[in-house]
Design a protein around this ligand. Structure first.
Ligand SMILES: [Zn+2]
Length: 68
């Protein structure tokens, strides 16, 4: 499958009502990102995608203190 285009990305987020899977709350679309559960960005199956805020996404990838 092709990588998510900006259009597709937005579509996925909108379809989930701009709700982050991280905190279950609604956020502006500009603050939301798509995470691929299996870390394979070519796998855009709905169950592989999580909607997260930018901050939640960074934490998940360990861009803070710890590596993951
Ligand atoms: Zn990710």
């Amino acid at each position: 499958m092709p990588k998510l285009t900006p259009d597709k990305r937005e579509e996925v987020i909108r379809r989930r009502g701009n709700i982050s899977d991280g905190d279950g709350k609604k956020h502006p679309i500009t603050n939301l990102e798509i995470h691929h559960k299996d870390r394979n960005t070519d796998n855009n199956a709905p169950k592989n995608l999580r909607v997260l805020t930018k901050n939640e996404h960074q934490v998940l990838h360990g861009k803070g203190r710890t590596k993951r």
